[in-house]
Design a binder for this molecule. Structure first.
Ligand code: SF4
Ligand code: SF4
Ligand code: SF4
Length: 295
């Protein structure tokens, strides 16, 4: 189930990349900036500012016409001439997807790029999907990076090791209770999978969202470090290629309402640029790894 495909990406892996956003995720991060990738079902976005009020969508909809009750049949996506109703979620086979990705092969060759499989959690698609996709990409000579939140059974990772993708792996909090409070699940499986990936010699780049008010906060107990600094101490054990500290941003905030979803209450904030550089220095000193801000 594909949410969208972005070509000519220059983040999320090296070189020029085609980024595939899969739909469906086992987590429910309160800061999620792609909330439409949480559900595995197709959804409809409504852009009221584009709507001309022609009523064509109401004539074809059997769910009341609002994004809240949408069943994703796609009829209003086709009849709206003003692009006021747009769909998210289309089933594409591994064969077709590999073909779409392969169209930009000259760019990958020139720049050292490839495909980035993101989401959502790409590894939570139906069993065997990602194995077949990576097998096809490998035959086409296209490198793949997988942007994973990690909350899937280990077998999903293990099956992909022969294809040697780069894993862009999220590390959100060390404290399991904090993780559960802000993502809906604790982090035991996620940290376990990370450890196994590193032991298996996989290429891993750690991605650490720095969320003001969650893992980055002024600690109330004297002498205790903020969560983000405890995470650096923990991460020291992982032989990862790179660590990217990603400051919180709320650029996806408008999407919740557009898809008929309710944005969770929050008081998140973006850490100041100076604090991000300070954290990068702390992580560099603690882990001895290459640490970048952003990515
Ligand atoms: S079809 Fe499009 S323009 Fe017409 S009422 Fe529906 S959303 Fe508005
Ligand atoms: S896709 Fe459009 S027409 Fe179909 S159920 Fe959803 S809102 Fe109604
Ligand atoms: S893991 Fe990513 S896609 Fe899933 S809920 Fe969290 S931020 Fe959203």
């Amino acid at each position: 189930m594909i949410n969208n495909i972005q070509r000519y990406g220059i983040h999320d892996g090296g070189g020029i990349r085609t980024v595939v956003f899969f739909k469906g995720c086992p987590l429910r991060c309160k800061w999620c900036h792609n909330p439409e990738t949480q559900s595995f079902a197709p959804q409809t976005a409504f852009y009221p500012e584009r709507c001309a009020g022609c009523g064509a969508c109401a004539g074809v909809c059997n769910s009341g016409g609002g994004p809240e009750g949408c069943r994703g049949c796609g009829r209003c996506w086709d009849v709206c001439c003003y692009r006021a109703r747009e769909g998210a979620g289309r089933e594409i086979s591994p064969e077709e997807l590999a073909g779409i990705i392969a169209r930009d092969t000259p760019f990958y060759t020139y720049s050292g790029g490839g495909a980035t499989l993101s989401g959502g959690e790409p590894l939570s698609q139906e069993p065997g999907y990602m194995d077949e996709l990576l097998s096809r990409l490998r035959k086409l000579g296209i490198d793949a990076a997988i942007d994973a939140c990690g909350a899937v059974p280990w077998e999903r990772f293990e099956n992909l090791l022969p294809f040697a993708p780069v894993f862009l792996y999220d590390f959100k909090t060390l404290d399991p209770a904090l993780h559960k409070e802000f993502t809906g699940r604790d982090n035991a499986e996620i940290l376990d999978n990370l450890e196994k990936l590193c032991k298996a010699g996989a290429a891993v780049k750690l991605r650490v969202p720095v969320i003001g008010g969650v893992n980055e906060y002024a600690c109330e107990r004297p002498g205790e470090k903020p969560e983000i600094e405890k995470m650096a101490e923990y991460a020291e054990r992982f032989p990862v290629q790179e660590i990217a500290l990603l400051p919180y941003h709320n650029t996806g905030s408008h999407k919740w309402a557009r898809f008929g979803m309710t944005e969770p209450d929050n008081e998140f904030y973006t850490p100041a640029a100076g604090r991000m550089e300070e954290l990068a220095a702390i992580w560099r000193a603690q882990t001895g790894r290459k640490v970048v801000v952003g990515g």
